[in-house]
Write a protein that binds this ligand. Structure first.
Ligand SMILES: *[C@@H]1O[C@H](CO)[C@@H](O)[C@H](O)[C@H]1NC(C)=O
Ligand SMILES: *[C@@H]1O[C@H](CO)[C@@H](O)[C@H](O)[C@H]1NC(C)=O
Ligand SMILES: *[C@@H]1O[C@H](CO)[C@@H](O)[C@H](O)[C@H]1NC(C)=O
Ligand SMILES: *[C@@H]1O[C@H](CO)[C@@H](O)[C@H](O)[C@H]1NC(C)=O
Length: 308
């Protein structure tokens, strides 16, 4: 009888309010993603399942716009089957030093949950092989409201210098948009031989503690059993952005396990795993969360007691 307690529907509603509005940001290096790769239906299906978990997903290592067109058609065609969102993309120009290795940064986002409100290509010469293409987003569904994403797929040979220079990008974009809610994300190669512990003193994103590294050094963002490196990272600037992040939500998404794929099939898509983080929804003021937990716990206890 206790489960008919009037508190239970209220409890379920509250739980839904908290979880339904969580907002996921992801970053994925889809190694050499071009039209030919996107035309492989098995690869496309895996990429689609990864992207459709996210409110905003950064794809790195995209070689042509045809691949993204194919992915978007596929994502939007499935509306109603996986989810009911429409997806749109914003892409950088083709970036790189060598005509045989030019790549785009592409953000794919859910139109219903977030607006793209600005884009900015970092242009300082001789600083990055693929200079960050910053995008500002706005969403009334999340506590933080307005935030800037700065992608980096670093050149492994100069990862230390490039990660360090993200600080200069931070200064530029935070000034441009009067917004210090900045998140850096992507395959930084920030581990193993490319970035050692001793290198860190030369990286301002490490030495300045206003930047928070959400993906820890122990995380393995590679698929191969032979490598154990935290190459892909998410870093946020400032206290207010940290408060808007769900604690411990930043992690690698091991789709090889979740989708139960053989390693060899997963490696056909990429050797990297996606990383992701969840932001708090705006459904409730952040301060209300502990109170809500208290109410929920007491509602559960009371339902049990009245069931006895
Ligand atoms: C999408 O919306 C349709 C119609 O409103 C509904 O029948 C379907 O269950 C929804 N799909 C998902 C995955 O939420
Ligand atoms: C996107 O912007 C429009 C126009 O300003 C606004 O009405 C809408 O609520 C915004 N969407 C989100 C998810 O914040
Ligand atoms: C910049 O943002 C701060 C805090 O959000 C605000 O107080 C200030 O008025 C803004 N400045 C400009 C020039 O918009
Ligand atoms: C750390 O970065 C912040 C930007 O948030 C800046 O204001 C501050 O001066 C930096 N601190 C040092 C020691 O460079």
């Amino acid at each position: 009888m206790g489960w008919r307690s009037p508190r239970l529907p209220l409890l379920l509603l509250l739980v839904r309010l908290v979880s339904a509005s969580d907002f996921k940001i992801c970053a994925y290096n889809v190694e050499k993603f071009d039209s030919a790769k996107a035309s492989d239906s098995r690869v496309l299906h895996i990429v689609k399942r990864i992207v459709s978990r996210c409110d905003v997903c950064l794809l790195q290592n995209v070689l042509d716009s045809g691949a993204i067109r194919t992915l978007l058609v596929s994502l939007n065609r499935d509306t109603g089957r996986y989810d009911n969102y429409s997806y749109r993309s914003v892409s950088s120009e083709s970036l790189g030093n060598s005509p045989v290795d030019m790549q785009h940064y592409v953000f794919i986002y859910r139109v219903e949950n977030v607006n793209m409100t600005g884009q900015h290509q970092y242009l300082q010469k001789n600083t990055f092989v693929r200079p960050p293409f910053a995008v500002q987003f706005q969403s009334n569904k999340i506590a933080i409201g307005r935030f800037v994403l700065v992608p980096l797929h670093s050149d492994p040979g100069q990862a230390v210098q490039e990660i360090d220079r993200l600080y200069d990008v931070f200064k530029e974009v935070s000034k441009k948009w009067n917004n210090t809610n900045v998140m850096f994300l992507g395959d930084f190669h920030a581990s193993c031989a490319y970035v050692t512990r001793a290198n860190r003193k030369n990286i301002r994103l490490y030495s300045n503690y206003t930047f928070h590294w959400l993906i820890r050094d122990k995380v393995d963002t590679t698929i191969s059993p032979d490598t154990n490196c935290a190459f892909d990272r998410i870093v946020v600037h400032g206290k207010s952005f940290m408060k808007a992040v769900i604690p411990f939500s930043a992690n690698v998404f091991n789709y090889v396990k979740v989708f139960k794929l053989p390693t060899s099939k997963a490696l056909e898509v990429s050797s990297s795993l996606p990383v992701e983080v969840t932001l708090k929804g705006s459904a409730l003021p952040l301060q209300a969360t502990p109170l809500l937990i208290l109410i929920s716990v007491s509602a559960i206890v009371q339902s049990f007691l009245s069931a006895l």
